[in-house]
Design a protein around this ligand. Sequence first.
Ligand SMILES: *Cc1c(COP(=O)(O)O)cnc(C)c1O
Length: 362
Amino acid sequence: MKISIQPSTAAVPALEREKRVAEPGFGKYFTDHMVVAEWNHGSGWADALVRAYGAIELDPAAMVFHYGQEIFEGMKAYSQPDGSIALFRPDANGLRFAKSAARIALPELPVSDFVSCVEALVKVDREWVPKKIGESLYIRPFMIATEVGLGVRPSNKALFSIIATPAAAYFNAAKAVTVWISTEYVRAALGGTGEAKCGGNYAASLLAQQQAAKEGCDQVVWLDAIERRWVEEMGGMNLYFVKGRGKDATIFTPKLTGTLLPGITRDSILSVATDLGYKVEEGMINIEQWRDGVASGDISEIFACGTAAVIAPVGCAKSAQGTWVTGDGNPGPITMEIRNHLLGIQHGTIEDKHGWMKKVVS
Ligand SMILES: *Cc1c(COP(=O)(O)O)cnc(C)c1O
């Protein structure tokens, strides 16, 4: 895939951009450029274009508006101590994007093209990458079905696009997330789209999210669809349970049963926790074990993980069966140790022994 660059003639003035990058929030400001590439069934992928950020014009009968054929990714570029910029595990995002595409019957974009397009955007918009620890450029690749027509079948046309937004450090160390364990709604069932990163999964989750908010909680915890007991994920993040304390602790996460989204942060933490000398375990945990483990103190910390927040400590859990609290409601020492280690690798202050960082701007 050839990538051509058409510089924006309406870039945000430097002073204003610096202000935005200094106080980025999340998903509030977008960089000056975006990537677009079109696919059609007959001729495959056309060349990609890096062009000014702006509206996408679509026919109202474009298939994405009617049947939700859409997938996306979330990934980050981090500023490095030597002034360079590096992506965290971009190949892993590219591979997952290809798998999501296959499940949603969208065309597969080769991983190398996916990564090249991300790199091209970061290079052009390098000035938008914040520099402080915990801050990053959040990158959002996505693909939509663009064929015009209301027939229900896979689209013969698609648009791949990438946008990017400077992101503040999301972590609020003073406040653990409270969660609502939903027994009424489910996120994913075997054979469904739980493993694919598609907008439809999120659309289906919003009502439960609204219910969680009504219960005074920040996020939903999803259980398995059949028994409604086995813990799967929290909102758009994977979950970790710290069993025991100190160096003998085991870092436990629900195994990938086919309904969980295989998080790249989740996968990275399995390695980081091992590197730090902890035992790691992937398995099944049900809500009774969560409740009893917290009550006995056997579960000493819980945290959620994903690209946007990296790690978010989980405190109070509420469900139809009652309320229980992990620890003292503050992030635990192992949660903080893992977070700091992972952030250190991402920001280039801790050795990247797994070869996760890919330099894009030197
Ligand atoms: C994206 C996502 C995650 C986290 O994946 P990362 O690769 O770590 O960002 C977890 N669960 C769901 C449902 C997601 O969409």
